[in-house]
Design a binder for this molecule. Structure first.
Ligand code: F6R
Length: 613
C-alpha cells in the first residue's frame, strides 16, 4: 500500500527520493509525488500513475534542494488523481505532509476547519490533517513538532506521517500509529521510509519508530524521539540485515520469477541452525522460553490473511497430524470482529510476510487483550507484528518484492513444519524413528525444490495451452487442499483469470456443474493416503470432458494415463508435499500472466502490505 520516503541532509534530495519511490513500488500504488524544500521555497510535484511518469513530468521543473518528502499512494479516500496524490500542503503553502493509513474522524475535522475558512482541493483525509496542523500552528504559535503532536492526539485512525515546514528548514517531523516508519541514520543525513528498502543503499543503521512516537530529525539538533505524552525516548539503532542485491532482479525478468527460483535457498535459510539431522534435534529459538505453554495449549488458533492464511491451513494439518494439538485457522479479519472465545489457555499464531497487515495486527492485539500467548511467524524483521507478539520466529526469506507471495509461503510452511516437529517431540507423541525420518526428509526439501524447478519449460508449455481460458478449478486433498487454494489465488491475482480451489471430494457437491471442455482442472495428486480417491476425482472430471493438469509424484503411471498433462515432483513424506507441489502452480501462474501481458510484479488493485482494513 502507500509508501513514504523522506530525506534530509546535504545531497540532492530528488534522485534519492525518486529512487526511494521506485524501491517502494512493489507495495502497490496508483499515484506518486514529491515535495522539495529549497531556499525556503516549497516545490510540490505529484502525478497519477507510475513513479516514472512523475520523473518525466518533473523534467520541466526545478528539482533542487537537499530536503524532501515523497509518497506512493494507494487510493482509499478519493480517486487516484493528481490532486489527491500526496504530498498535501497546508492552505498557507507552508507545510507539506505525506501520510499512510486512514484518519477516521477526518469528516468531522474537515467540517470544523471549513468553518474556520479552510478550503480543500481534494477528497483525502490527509489534506484535512495538514490543514489541522496548520490551524494549530497558526492559533498557538507552536513549533512544527508540537503542532503535529497535539494534532495527532486529537485524531483517530492509523497513520505514518512525515511533515516539513517551509519556515523551519532543516527539519522533518515523523510519527506513527499502526503503520510502520523506519529512520535511517547516515553521516549528517537522515532517511525516513515505510520500510527499509529505500534506505539500505544509503545506510544500514536504522531506528524502528514505535507506535505512538514522534521523531524530529534536524540538521541542527540531530534526532529526538518523544511519545505522544511528550516523554523523551532513547532511540535504539539496529543494524539492517539486508543487502542491496536482494532488492534487484538479478538477471530475472520479474521479481516473482526470481523469488520462485530463490526457494531452494530461502527454505534452507529458514531451517538453518534450527534442525540437525545427525544429532536428531529441531529447535526454534523463539519458542524455547514458551515451549511448555505452547505444547500444553488447549488449542492453537492461527490468524492470517491471503497466502499466509493458506500456509496457516497447512499448519493446521501439520500440528494436528504430528503434534496432536487441536488447531483452528481463522481469517484475521473475521477473528477480530466476531467476539471469539480466547483465553490464557489458547495460543494464537499470527502469520504475516510483511508483518504489517492491519487485520492480522488487530487480531494480535485482540488475542493479547484476552490473555492468549501470541506467537508471530513473520518475514520482515522489525515489523509491527514481529514486535507486538510475545514471541516468534522469522522465516528469513529476505525481501519479497513481487506482490504475489511465493517464497514467503514456502518459508511459512517450512517454519510451521519445524514447529510441528518441535511440539511433537516435546509432547512425546511421535515415535523417535518417525521423528528422525521426518527431520531427514525436511532437510532434503531444498534440493527437491530445485528438482521441481527443472520442469519450468514444460510448465511454460502447459501455460501456453490454457492461457486464454477464463476459468480454472484447482483440486487437492488433505495437505494439498490448501495448496489448491493457493494455486487458485496465484492465478487470479496475477493473470486475472477466475479460479477456485476446492477439496477434491467437494467437487461433486456443486463445482462439477462447471466442468466441460473449456474448464482446465489442476489436480494436485501426490497424496499417498488418498491416492485412489483422487484418481476417481480425476476420472469424474475426464468423464465431463474437463482438461486435467495433474501434479503427480515421480514415476506415477496411473494418473499420467488419465490426465492431459502431468507435472512430476520428487517423492517426499506427505506432510511436506505442499513445499514441492506449490512450486509448479507458482510457475504456471507466472507463465500464464506473462503470456497474457499482465504486470506480474505489480498486479492491478493489489498492494504488497495491506495496512488498511
Ligand atoms: C497473495 C498475497 C496476499 C498476502 C496477504 C497477507 O499472493 O500476497 O494474499 O498473503 O495480503 O499478507 P501478509 O502475509 O503480509 O500478512
Amino acid at each position: 500500500m502507500c509508501g513514504i520516503v523522506a530525506y534530509l541532509g546535504h545531497k540532492p534530495a530528488w534522485p534519492i527520493l525518486i529512487k526511494g519511490l521506485q524501491r517502494l513500488e512493489y507495495r502497490g500504488y496508483d499515484s506518486a509525488g514529491i515535495a522539495l524544500m529549497h531556499q525556503n521555497r516549497l516545490q510540490v510535484l505529484k502525478k497519477k500513475g507510475k513513479v516514472d511518469d512523475l520523473a518525466r513530468a518533473a523534467q520541466n521543473y526545478p528539482t533542487d534542494g537537499s530536503q524532501g518528502i515523497g509518497h506512493t499512494r494507494w487510493a482509499t479516500h478519493g480517486p487516484p488523481d493528481d490532486i489527491n496524490a500526496h504530498p498535501h500542503t497546508s492552505g498557507n503553502q507552508r507545510l507539506a505532509l505525506v501520510h499512510n493509513g486512514i484518519i477516521e474522524n477526518y469528516a468531522l475535522l474537515k467540517k470544523a476547519l471549513e468553518k474556520e475558512g479552510h478550503v480543500f482541493q481534494g477528497q483525502t483525509d490527509t489534506e484535512v490533517l495538514v490543514h489541522f496542523i496548520e490551524e494549530l500552528q497558526h492559533r498557538e504559535q507552536w513549533p512544527l513538532e508540537e503542532a503535529v503532536r497535539v494534532a495527532l492526539t486529537r485524531i483517530t485512525g492509523a497513520y505514518a506521517i512525515v511533515v516539513m515546514d517551509r519556515d523551519d528548514p532543516g527539519k522533518l517531523v515523523a510519527a506513527r500509529k499502526a503503520s510502520p516508519l523506519v529512520i535511517g541514520v547516515g553521516n549528517g543525513e537522515y532517511f525516513i521510509a515505510s520500510d527499509a528498502t529505500p534506505i539500505v543503499e544509503h545506510t544500514k543503521r536504522v531506528i524502528y519508530l514505535n507506535d505512538g512516537e514522534i521523531a524530529t530529525v534536524s540538521l541542527r539538533d540531530n534526532l529526538q524521539i518523544r511519545t505522544m505524552n511528550n516523554e523523551v525516548q532513547t532511540p535504539y539503532i539496529h543494524e539492517l540485515d539486508m543487502e542491496i542485491e536482494q532488492l534487484e532482479k538479478g538477471g530475472y525478468e520479474h521479481f516473482m520469477l526470481k523469488e520462485i527460483y530463490e526457494q531452494p535457498t530461502t527454505v534452507a535459510d529458514c531451517m538453518r541452525g534450527r534442525l540437525n539431522v545427525e544429532q536428531g534435534w529441531v529447535r526454534l529459538g523463539g519458542l524455547d522460553d514458551h515451549l511448555a505453554r505452547v505444547a500444553q495449549a488447549r488449542r492453537i488458533i492461527i490468524a492470517a490473511c491471503g497466502t499466509s492464511w493458506h500456509a496457516g491451513l497447512i499448519g493446521e494439518y501439520l500440528i494436528e497430524d504430528l503434534a496432536r494439538i487441536p488447531v483452528e485457522v481463522e481469517y484475521a479479519s473475521e477473528l477480530r470482529y466476531r467476539n471469539p472465545i480466547l483465553n490464557e489457555e489458547d495460543v494464537v499464531i499470527a502469520i504475516s510476510q510483511s508483518g504489517e497487515t492491519a487485520d492480522t495486527l488487530a487480531a494480535v492485539e485482540l488475542a493479547r487483550e484476552r490473555g492468549s500467548l501470541v506467537y508471530g511467524i513473520v518475514n520482515v524483521v522489525g515489523s509491527s507484528i514481529a514486535r507486538l507478539t510475545h514471541c516468534g520466529s522469522y522465516i528469513h526469506c529476505g525481501p519479497e518484492i513481487g506482490v504475489a507471495s511465493t517464497k514467503a509461503f514456502t518459508g511459512q510452511v517450512t517454519l510451521l513444519s519445524l514447529m510441528a516437529l518441535v511440539l511433537a517431540h516435546r509432547r512425546g507423541v511421535l515415535a523417535e524413528s518417525d521423528f528422525r525420518r521426518l527431520l531427514l526428509e525436511l532437510s532434503e526439501i531444498p534440493g527437491k525444490i530445485a528438482q521441481v524447478l527443472e520442469a519450468n519449460a514444460q510448465i511454460a508449455y502447459i501455460a501456453g495451452e490454457i492461457k486464454d481460458r477464463t476459468n480454472a478449478i484447482y483440486l487437492g486433498r488433505g495437505y494439498n487442499f490448501p495448496v489448491a487454494l493457493e494455486g487458485a489465488l496465484k492465478l487470479k491475482e496475477i493473470s486475472y483469470i477466475h479460479a477456485e480451489g476446492y477439496p477434491a471430494a467437494e467437487m461433486k457437491h456443486g463445482p462439477i456443474a462447471l466442468i466441460d471442455e473449456n474448464m482446465p482442472v489442476i489436480v494436485i495428486a501426490t497424496n499417498k493416503s488418498a491416492y485412489d480417491k483422487i484418481v476417481s476425482n480425476i476420472q469424474e472430471v475426464k468423464a465431463r470432458k474437463g482438461m486435467v493438469i495433474a501434479v503427480v509424484e515421480q514415476g506415477d503411471e496411473v494418473i499420467s494415463q488419465l490426465a492431459d498433462y502431468t507435472i512430476e515432483i520428487p517423492p517426499t513424506e506427505e506432510p511436506f508435499t505442499p513445499l514441492l507441489s506449490v512450486i509448479p502452480l507458482q510457475l504456471l501462474s507466472y507463465h500464464i500472466a506473462v503470456m497474457r501481458d499482465c504486470n506480474v510484479d505489480q498486479p492491478r488493485n493489489l498492494a504488497k502490505s495491506v495496512t488498511v482494513e
